[in-house]
Design a protein around this ligand. Structure first.
Ligand code: PEP
Ligand code: MN
Length: 339
């Protein structure tokens, strides 16, 4: 921490601040400038009382207290200058190959899931998505098939060779979901449920961490820190739109997170255009934007008959539109330097 003292502070007053810094377990390093004095406090905040309250304790003496380092450490690019990749079966996310994860919002049954899996695989997707535990805004809406849904996903993986991604809603299901899935999805509504993040991380499975509905980027990076600091090495961030005043779309997809996450972190960034806009007619354009801006992967909702979907029908694209989209993305993927 850096503690900036107010101008015109005497040595005696300064020593009161230094005493408090030492009392809290830090080693002060004093830098006396012409106008004012700055103190660097060296020590570990994880095991000591924070120094943030010094300005409150000495309102006449301390101007401000600032962190020297970023609050996120393991997710930051400073800690790991190279891009990191996440291995999912034989696929690498964050490497040269652009990856597409696609499938229904919710797993609704074995037959439609298999039909979707075969179609998305044929079009070029490598990972099948599908919610078995669904975080619905209303308790009266379809809540997902639970373990039955997980079994259907596992069966679709066996038949197609696709990897699978599914959401973990509750700590109590961490082991169960990890038993079936290749990637654990942490949904927007849970991205600051820290105990859930820890439980998910400890399964050792790669984690796709969605951005919360009203989450600042720093909060999102710090949520990612909960994953990497709990013995997990496979973290991906996923932008899925945030709450704004706009009602034309369900959420506002913040594509600026692509270069920002790339700058701040070594972890892959995935874009979900489906929750991002809440409208199937916008999915193609937003996927194209995401590829052009350097995203590592897409997470797209695809359904054999969106008008009859059990959840998020308005934003799911049909198998035909998905196949078209994959064709249209090809030249953009190459232009973005990916395969
Ligand atoms: C989903 O992927 O279907 C979902 C519920 O996503 P989010 O958590 O981003 O709303
Ligand atoms: Mn959905």
């Amino acid at each position: 921490m850096i503690i900036i003292l107010k101008a015109g502070i005497s040595r005696k007053q300064e020593s009161a601040v230094l005493k408090e810094i030492r009392k809290r377990g830090y080693r002060p390093h004093v830098m006396r400038g012409v106008a004012r004095t700055v103190i660097g406090a060296i020590g570990d905040e994880l095991t000591h009382q924070s120094l943030e309250t010094l300005a409150m304790m000495f309102p006449q003496l301390v101007e401000s207290v600032m962190p020297v380092q970023k609050r996120y450490k393991l997710v930051s690019r400073e800690a790991h200058p190279e891009n990191s990749t996440v291995k999912v079966r034989e696929h690498l996310i964050g490497g040269k190959k652009f990856q597409v994860m696609a499938g229904p919002c919710s797993v609704e049954g074995e037959k439609p899931l298999l039909k979707t899996a075969e179609a998305v695989k044929k079009a070029g997707a490598t990972i099948l998505r599908g919610g078995a535990f669904k975080p619905r805004t209303s308790p009266y809406e379809f809540q997902g098939l639970g373990e039955r849904g997980l079994k259907m996903l596992a069966k679709a993986r066996k038949e197609t060779g696709l990897g699978i991604i599914t959401e973990l809603l509750s700590e109590q299901h961490a082991e169960l979901v990890a038993e079936y899935t290749d990637i654990i999805q942490i949904g927007a509504r849970n991205s600051q449920n820290f105990q859930l993040l820890i439980a998910a991380a400890k399964t050792g499975k790669p984690i796709l961490l969605k951005r919360g509905l009203s989450m600042k980027i720093e909060e999102w990076l710090l949520a990612g820190e909960y994953i990497l600091s709990n013995e997990n090495a496979g973290l991906m961030f996923c932008e899925r739109g945030i709450r704004t005043f706009e009602t034309y779309t369900r959420n506002t997809l913040d594509l600026s997170t692509i270069p920002i996450i790339k700058k701040e972190s070594h972890c892959p960034i995935v874009i979900d255009p489906s929750q991002g806009a809440g409208r199937a007619d916008l999915v193609k354009s937003m996927c194209k934007g995401a590829v052009a801006m350097g995203a590592d992967a897409l997470l797209i909702e695809v359904h054999p008959n969106p008008a009859e979907a059990w959840s998020d029908g308005n934003q799911q694209v049909s198998l035909e539109i998905f196949a078209e989209l994959m064709q249209e993305l090809r030249p953009l993927i190459l232009a973005a330097g990916r395969e």
